[in-house]
Design a protein around this ligand. Sequence first.
Ligand code: IPM
Ligand code: MG
Length: 364
Amino acid sequence: MKAKIVILPGDGIGTEVVEGATAVLHTIAQKFGHTFETEEQLIGGCAIDAEGTALPEATVTACQSADAVLLGAVGGTKWDDPNAKVRPEQGLLGIRKAMGLFANLRPVKLYPALADASPLRRDKLDGVDILVVRELTGGIYFGERERWTDENGEEWGKDTMLYSASEVRRIADIAFKAAQGRRGKVASIDKANVLDSSRLWRKTVVALAEEYPDVELEHVLVDAATMHLLSRPSSFDVMVAGNMFGDIVTDEASMLTGSMGNLPSAALGSALNSHGLPRGMYEPIHGSAPDIAGMGIANPVGMIMSLAMMLRHSLGLEEEAMLVETAVAQAINDGHRTGDLARDGEKALSTEEMTAVILQNLEN
Ligand code: IPM
Ligand code: MG
């Protein structure tokens, strides 16, 4: 197969983990005789430095004609000034919006060998296997916002949380369909006891549930959901949430696996690529990690597992995707750990070393 893949390394450890994923991509191409044409583009802080904008036009154009996009991470202390007009995160939100990627799939799967790396007791983790479906192009991250100073010199900041029923329906529909292929349960996360946008969310989800009588639906208030993720994580199958709530619960849920460095994600919309499959963007859920950026010690697993999701969802290469996932699982089961996962006395591998182990497993 031939495919055009745009690579957006971004900032900080984004560039480091993308290197690992690119190596895996080339190995898969060679092994299976595929031609993956890759093209790098700027996004985030590096784009601000080079072009004065977090999302250059050339990046948008390239992504919109690609079969799939791989993204590392954006952001860093250099661009963190709270008064700055341009911010790296605008690039990420902007490309999600420009590509219409409203559905973010964030699987939370445990590697048995990492049970002791999780802050939760082993007995709590038995059977944990969650898919968080996060709405990605609406809600409070895209609502109107404003900063001003009133006549008394008091400073104000305002954000707006806005959802239409059709935005809720299309994301909930993805959650119900995903549940049908899994354990048949959807937990819808909202704050319907306070927010109107959440009351609309819940009403819309309840109405849609009638079309899915085989799926068991529960409503969980977002504050309670963060608690239940710690007290009964294995009871969750598919969780569906708005943009901000999904952002928050996935960082929490990632720690069930021992490190947020492990978690991949797929951002999908309704646009199709040249293979008639979703033109998705694939990124780990972690950020640019300014504290360890440049040290070469970041965990590449979330990025490489995102690449596996790309092979599956945007290129239809199930066998290749499974091979990558098996190579990663084997590396972990064989005891290989980056610093975020290594426990006292365990050797911490660099990003490059961990990638090399995964590449080696791919060859065998
Ligand atoms: C994520 C990140 C981003 C988000 C940031 C970097 C804008 O936290 O992908 O979860 O909030 O979506
Ligand atoms: Mg996040």
